[in-house]
Design a protein around this ligand. Structure first.
Ligand code: GDP
Ligand code: IMO
Ligand code: MG
Length: 430
């Protein structure tokens, strides 16, 4: 049985968590493949809201095994905090339900301190990271000095390695950044304890996934972040340090390119971005407030992980076309359509103006991007409340036309439309 992949097509926070939850009901394994607790995925079931950072969004369903794949970076403290929160709400977080790939890497307080120190040093040029130690953890992995999760099977060995790593990190903190040193003894002891708790969760990812495929089980790969935050293909350097794209799913889980069947691009019906970096369709003032919300609703545009107000703007089809190419999307899911209700007309960016030249493809260098102006097409809006729409025919004609326009411009069918955060507020199209 093949693998279905859910990918963020913009700058993250597209609603991947809620779509993963939706498709998890028919999946046997839900696997995160990249990133760490920089992700914040919201799943809303009735009145209950789950905010997930490391645990895959399939956890709310009983049927699916949840895997933290080899491409993920794990802060054990953060994972255990998440376990506790879920357990208190009656969610199964036992090793039968949740598995950790032995290839995943661990984040330490050293990585957190380096992330903070580097951001401080960058000053006005800061990336605006989530300060979760993601960049430094992937840097260590690439430098082949990372700490793999399989070491948790031997707590003594792990504690020694963590001690050495913190001692070395202290040199960098002190001599490069002039920052406070960390207590290597205390942190090593902490990781000794984490190892004892988390060792039962360790699994050989290849055996689990290939075994499942051989048994005709369905695997759902849950993306974190978004295509425009990809280390290579996003708006470098304002990106994350991993590969949140479809090829990153294959890489992070050790799967071949032919294993992918559905590659589902989740796109918000407008654009949002947290942190620094270029954003061609960005809005400010009243218009931004309409899209962002004041924070009164749980779905308003404030970071799930950091609480920061998200930057917002009109839908950018240059970005979506680019994401379609990079990821080979077989379909798009459009979320937050309900937020566009009452905005008339609705501008949609179809190309960029670069000093008089029309660009339909996303430019790769930040200097060009900085000079790009959006070229908008204005589509007619709608005023009807669509949050209770259940089928395509329930949507006003202009909402249907907006979706069809996106589909035509990206040459990709829109398979699911979401009109509210709750699990049932979705329109599945044939
Ligand atoms: P993710 O990181 O891609 O999983 O997305 P987040 O959970 O960070 O942010 C998406 C936010 O929008 C969450 O608060 C969701 O509950 C909410 N949401 C998702 N889909 C919809 C929708 O169709 N309408 C509304 N109003 N909110 C939605
Ligand atoms: P989900 O999975 C939105 C952004 C940060 C920053 C940049 C680098 O919820 O969509 P990092 O801490 O990764 O080094 O920060 O990436 N970022 C996200 N933005 N959603 C996310 O995850 C993000 N994860 C990282 O804001 O600009
Ligand atoms: Mg999020």
């Amino acid at each position: 049985m093949p693998v279905n992949i859910i990918i963020g097509s913009q700058w993250g926070d597209e609603g991947k968590g809620r779509i993963t939850d939706l498709l998890a009901s028919k999946s046997d394994i839900v696997a995160r493949f990249s990133g760490g607790d920089n992700a914040g995925h919201t799943v809303t079931v009735g009145e209950e809201i789950f905010k997930l950072h490391l645990v895959p969004s399939g956890v709310v369903h009983d049927n699916a095994i949840c895997l933290l794949g080899g491409g993920v970076v794990i802060n054990p403290q953060s994972l255990l905090r998440e376990f506790k929160g879920l357990e208190e709400r009656g969610v199964d977080i036992s090793p039968n339900k949740i598995k950790i790939s032995r290839k995943a890497h661990l984040i330490t307080p050293g990585h957190l301190a380096l992330d903070a120190a580097a951001e401080l040093r960058r000053g006005d040029d800061k990336i605006g990271t989530t300060l979760r130690g993601i960049g430094p953890a992937y840097t260590d992995k690439t430098a082949r000095s990372g700490i793999r999760s399989h070491l948790m099977a031997s707590p003594e060995v792990l504690a020694n390695i963590v001690h050495k790593h913190i001692t070395e990190t202290n040199d960098v903190l002190r001599f490069v950044y002039g920052a406070d040193e960390l207590d290597a003894d205390a942190i090593a002891a902490e990781y000794h304890e984490y190892a004892q708790i988390l060792a039962p969760y360790l699994v050989d990812e290849a055996a689990l996934l290939y075994g499942a495929m051989d048994a005709d089980k369905l695997i759902l790969a849950e993306g974190a972040q978004g295509t425009m935050l990809d280390l290579d293909h996003g708006t470098y350097p304002f990106v994350t340090s991993s590969h949140p794209i479809a090829s990153g799913a294959l890489l992070g889980l050790g799967l071949g390119p032919k294993s992918a069947e559905r590659i589902i691009g989740v796109a918000k019906a407008f654009s949002s971005r947290v942190g620094s970096g270029p954003f061609v369709t960005e809005l400010d003032g009243e218009q931004a407030l309409t899209l962002r919300g004041t924070g009164a609703n749980p779905w308003d545009e404030y970071g799930t992980t950091t609480g920061r107000p998200r930057r917002v703007g009109w839908l950018d089809l240059v970005v979506l076309r680019y994401a379609g190419r990079i990821n080979s999307f077989t379909e798009l899911v459009l979320t937050k359509m309900d937020i566009l209700t009452g905005i008339d007309p609705l501008p949609v960016c179809v190309a960029y103006d670069f000093n008089g030249e029309t660009l339909r493809y996303f430019p790769s260098d930040p200097e060009t991007l900085a000079q790009c102006k959006p070229i908008y097409v204005e589509l007619p809006g709608w005023r009807e409340d669509i949050s209770q729409a259940k089928v395509w025919a329930d949507l006003p004609v202009n909402a249907q036309a907006y979706i069809e326009f996106v589909s035509k411009e990206t040459d990709t069918p829109v398979s699911i439309v979401s009109v509210g955060p709750e699990r049932t507020q979705t329109i599945m199209r044939e």
